[in-house]
Design a binder for this molecule. Structure first.
Ligand SMILES: *Cc1c(COP(=O)(O)O)cnc(C)c1O
Length: 390
């Protein structure tokens, strides 16, 4: 692709990062090779000490993975992207690269379950403490800061209640106290939200979700300035939770339709959310694209659309919620999201089952809550499927 920073996202999604080999293939090639050869002993020596750029070994760099990294970096407007084996290894690698024993994290309490586990049970063993605060109350972020605070971590919209964190406001607090702000941008993707532009320092992705978009492979990424990525890449190169070339190739192809898919997921989700609001058995709908969402205005400022995830609370608690799930013939009963196929989850008994009923209630996750990651089926078919149980 010619150097041009003004290309639109749909153009970058299709063309950014493409590198062609001596065979002039049109579609990006899959380089399934663990290592690379050198022309001479001298060239090998120069590559190993970094005097000459080039591939050495696929744990360090791989051409297909590099194409994925370039494409995602272009979409997020980041100086550098490092690809990882999964979303969780992206979060681990970011923390290992940016933090040391004694450092402190301030994190949103509305985070992906494994992220909470990673902070509480893994990083804590290595002397990194985390304080969890409200996703939406900026004053709590400020109040939780300690002299040793180095990282703020959030995800917006949150799962499953679609709470919106104010990225510019929280970034301002982070900057004032010398901490970096990392945003897990999995739900929006760069098509709907660009955290770096809004003031964040680091972007995290579970590429497993919308970047693939078709539920096939796991992967992740960390993005930011070259300076901030240095330690993250160093950790990955040494410790090894890197992205496989095969998965990078799947993501490259998936990303080519990212703009089309995010627009379609969003349009379907909005239409479904409006319909759910009209259903007599539905007590409440959580979707940032609805004017009834408490942070609708903020969501519309920092996101292009409300995204593809809708949650709703049925009247009648767990019994009715499970009835809706068990009567669905089309929707998939699975906790995954970001797929062309719509998925239906009961958070209280699955993704949030391990936390105490009191903590669940405090987090607003009631027994009647259902989450739909809206896919690309016709909305009338999704509605009909939900209507069986409602
Ligand atoms: C799925 C998910 C992750 C973890 O990603 P994996 O690819 O499953 O490791 C992290 N954050 C969010 C918001 C997710 O939805």
């Amino acid at each position: 692709m010619p150097e041009n920073n003004s290309y639109q996202p749909e153009t970058l999604a299709v063309r950014a990062g493409s590198v062609h080999s001596q065979f002039h293939e049109h579609s990006e090639a899959l380089f399934l090779t663990s290592s690379f050869t050198f022309d001479s002993a001298e060239q090998a020596a120069k590559r190993f000490i970094g005097e000459e750029p080039g591939n050495i070994y696929s744990r360090f760099t791989n051409p297909t993975v590099s194409m994925f990294e370039e494409r995602l970096a272009a979409l997020e407007g980041a100086e550098q992207c490092v690809a990882t084996a999964s979303g969780m290894s992206a979060i681990l690698s970011a923390c290992m690269g940016l933090l040391k024993a004694g450092d402190h994290i301030v994190a949103s309490q509305s985070l992906f379950g494994s992220t909470v586990n990673l902070f509480n049970n893994v990083l804590k063993k290595f002397g990194v403490d985390t304080t969890f605060v409200s996703a939406t109350d900026v004053a709590q972020w400020q109040a939780a800061v300690r002299p040793e605070t180095r990282l703020f971590f959030l995800e917006t919209p949150s799962n499953p209640l679609t709470e919106i964190s104010d990225i510019p406001a929280i970034a301002a607090v982070a900057r004032k106290c010398g901490a970096l702000l990392a945003v897990d941008n999995c739900f929006c993707t760069p098509i709907l939200q660009q955290p770096l532009e809004l003031g964040a320092d680091i972007v995290i992705h579970s590429a497993t979700k919308y970047l693939d978009g078709q539920g096939r492979v796991l992967g992740g990424a960390v993005l930011g300035s070259k300076k901030n990525m240095e330690g993250v890449y160093g950790f990955l190169r040494t410790a090894g939770p890197t992205m496989s070339a095969f998965n990078a190739w799947v993501f490259l192809k998936g990303m080519e339709t990212l703009k089309l898919r995010m627009d379609a997921h969003s349009a379907n989700a909005l239409q479904l959310a409006r319909w759910l609001e009209q259903q007599p058995n539905v007590a409440r709908v959580f979707y940032p694209g609805l004017p009834s969402h408490p942070q609708h205005a903020l969501a519309m400022r920092q996101q292009k659309t409300g995204g593809g995830v809708v949650s709703f609370e049925v009247k009648g608690g767990k019994e009715v919620a499970w009835r809706v799930i068990d009567n669905a013939r089309l929707l998939s009963i699975t906790a995954n999201l970001g797929d062309t196929k719509s998925t239906l989850t009961h958070p209280a008994s699955t993704t949030h089952a391990r936390i105490s009923p009191e903590a669940r209630a405090a987090a607003g996750i009631s027994d009647g809550l259902l989450r739909i990651a809206v896919g690309l089926e016709a909305v009338v078919d999704i509605q009909a499927d939900l209507a069986h149980g409602l």
